[in-house]
Design a binder for this molecule. Sequence first.
Ligand code: HEM
Length: 344
Amino acid sequence: MKSAIPLELQAPRSCPRRCPEGFTPPYGAWVARDHAARTQLVMAYFGVQYDGPAMRAPAEAAFDKIVALLGGEHAAGHVDQAGFRDDAGYDTLVAIAYWDDPNGFDRWRQRADVAGWWESDARLADGPGYFREVFLPTNDRFETLFSSLDQPEGVAIVMGGLDPEDVQEHSYWGSMRDRIAAAQGDPLAGADARPAPPAETLGRRVRVGGVPNLAVIRSGQDWGATRDAERDMYLNDIEPVLDAGMRFLTTEGQSIGCWTNRYMRIRGKQKSFGLGYWRSLGDMEAWAESHSTHIAIFDGFLQMAAKLNFQLALRLYHEVSVMTPDQQFLEYINCHKNTGLIPR
Ligand code: HEM
């Protein structure tokens, strides 16, 4: 068992760990493998937003174009395709793309066909809304956690898989922070205020500036391999509570620092994930540790795991980043005013 913080990022702490001295977790968990040469990653959410069935065909065509553009020279290292309906009733298709190198991403972004499509004025008036939410956390500002070793997801795929040795910092509240190198000496406090909302967003291209220590979580569930009692427990006991927790964050999250939340399904798979953009890591921790829905999911998971002797087919993972303002690029094109990180 090793520390989740790689050796080259370990530093003397001015912010103490919550991990008890000599702690041994009751079950194993793993993190994405790191190599010192990689210093920064790119996680990008490319969205198409549409309202009603009449707009579905153009939105799907635009989404296919976005996905096709992610291939070719300097292509993304991994792409997931997902969808959700937002709380304003708009359907949204999202391609989640990862690069293991910001220079490669930059060259991709400047490719004539990519820049030509995203920056064209035609996007303001061809029907759907579009967004680009790009996050570029440095190594010291993100962490991952996986409940099983056999299947990397998301960012772990471009990082080259999981470290085969399990880690110490998990299965207690506060462990997420204990896995982030930058938190060894920085409380990672969130922004005090947000800019005023833009007067109009439809028919406009709105760029939103980064804020200090924006915290982003992608927390995924894969129940494709579950069978019998485990599948029943997941679908009947855990998922409905997860759905309620996600609904709370989506509709009322603003009051507790969750600026945006999306509960998404990966297209064509038995996989889902919650994607949350939070004012701060502290706000996210407070929800996870105190909200009845997450406590019930957490307890339900531990009971299910114990019943099945910790031999679970359900796979859980998450990736969390806490970013400086210059590690965020946010653009909304012809989107409704409550989309993503547009200030409300
Ligand atoms: C931590 C269960 C979904 C937010 C945890 C942990 C478990 C858990 C067992 C402790 C992990 C460890 O350190 O070993 C679950 C289950 C879920 C689920 C079973 C769904 C079936 C979510 C979602 C979110 C979320 C969708 C938010 C988008 C968090 C956060 C922590 C956490 C922020 C870290 C708490 C901390 O370390 O202080 N969850 N979770 N979880 N979960 Fe979830």
